[in-house]
Design a protein around this ligand. Structure first.
Ligand SMILES: *Cc1c(COP(=O)(O)O)cnc(C)c1O
Length: 381
């Protein structure tokens, strides 16, 4: 097969689930024709939750309809609402702000660390008021937030810690898995995530069994699972799909190998791209504890130039996120008017992510680094 230049290295691979297509169709048929006719929250979802518990040793894993919904359920289970403040990073994805606002509480935006691009615990601390109820850091791209410091800060100040590890499945820091540093944490299974699937889904992880039990009720209209139509809480509809549960159980077997391949690609990117700082390109902090291979993100002084250069060579790069949260039209009215987020703004201006998925070939990876290098070295000449 010849690869045309336009499609040499896509950023969003169009064939993520190609190898499992037949399995998916078989499972769809199996669930669809099963006499029990159970399409959500059945025995397959229960087995998937069991597997997720086993993966992290979490006391509770509650599968739900998305990573965003998982955050919403946690906020609700903690009773966070009107009059409360939740400290979130200024640089990150929309759910960090929107879930807090939807709960009725107010997001308070903290600046980020310029190297890890995650919430700066020092700035978060400075923003604590007597209305603050929780800290909600997120792991970004390939680096976990400074959870030891944030855990201490939450404990010292009597705050809840909600860990947005939507994209950090498999990561760990000081031996503790991503998702279990917080009082509760989440993973997302949306397509592009480390354990993505062809649909929507997420999970809440927690060692707090009472909190987990409440999340479990809230995901299905506040019912307790034994008594249908007995509503203990004002709940949500955030249920998990049986076909996807069966598919994820099947795909769990290959997860470690796919993650290892992602890590291998990240290591190669770093080996070839870490010496370009003088040329205005900074690679993410390399390997070791608290790293996970979700997205490989450079900071580039001429980000748009690099993106155009790569596009000409058929390599798609992607910008997550071009704008900081407190400057989004939806969230700006809720941000503190005296807010100041210079490092978040810098990250939004410079970030550019390279393709990263397990079935990238060595030749494609080589091509990406060669083209980034060619751009960098052309600029210094
Ligand atoms: C993807 C993501 C979410 C949202 O997960 P969905 O399943 O898409 O709702 C939340 N936070 C972070 C950091 C994410 O990357």
């Amino acid at each position: 097969m010849t690869v045309t230049v336009e499609h040499a290295v896509p950023f969003f691979a169009p064939d993520l689930f190609e190898a499992d297509r037949d399995v998916l169709l078989d499972l769809l048929y199996e669930v669809g024709t099963c006499p029990e006719q159970k399409f959500i929250l059945g025995r397959r979802t229960a087995r998937f939750e069991e597997a997720l518990r086993a993966e992290t040793n979490a006391a509770e894993a509650v599968a739900c309809s998305s990573g965003t919904s998982a955050l919403t359920l946690i906020l609700a289970a903690m009773g966070i609402g009107p009059g409360d403040e939740v400290i979130v990073p200024a640089f990150g994805c929309a759910p960090l702000a929107s879930t807090v606002l939807s709960s009725g509480a107010r997001p308070v935006f903290a600046d980020i660390d310029p190297v890890t691009l995650t919430m700066d615990p020092g700035h978060a601390e400075a923003l604590i008021t007597d209305r603050t109820r929780a800290l909600m850091p997120a792991h970004m791209f390939s680096v976990m937030a400074d959870m030891p410091r944030l855990r201490d800060l939450a404990d010292e100040r009597g705050l809840r810690l909600i860990e947005d590890s939507a994209l950090a499945q498999g990561g760990s820091l000081e031996g503790r898995p991503a998702g279990l540093w917080g009082d509760a944490g989440v993973h997302s299974f949306v397509q592009v995530k480390i354990f993505g699937m062809p649909g929507e889904g997420g999970v809440v992880l927690t060692d707090d069994t009472a909190l987990g039990e409440r999340v479990r009720m809230l995901r299905n209209h506040g019912q307790d699972g034994r008594n249908r139509f007995l509503h203990h809480h004002i709940g949500h509809n955030s249920r998990f799909d049986e076909v996807m549960a069966a598919f994820q159980l099947h795909r769990m077997e290959g997860l470690a190998a796919r993650t290892a391949r992602r890590t291998e690609i990240c290591s190669y990117y770093s080996a070839r791209l870490s010496d370009l700082v003088e040329a205005g390109i900074t690679a993410p902090p390399v390997g070791g504890d608290g790293r996970f291979p979700y997205v490989y993100t450079l900071l580039c002084e001429d980000r748009d130039g690099l993106r155009a250069h790569l596009a000409k060579a058929g390599i798609d790069a992607h910008v997550y996120y071009p704008r900081i949260l407190p400057e989004q039209p939806a969230f700006a009215p809720h941000a503190r008017p005296d807010g100041h987020w210079p490092r978040a703004r810098e990250a939004a201006r410079l970030n550019i992510s390279l393709p990263l998925y397990p079935h990238l070939t060595d030749a494609q990876v080589e091509r990406v680094v060669d083209d980034v290098r060619a751009f960098a070295l052309r600029r210094t000449r």
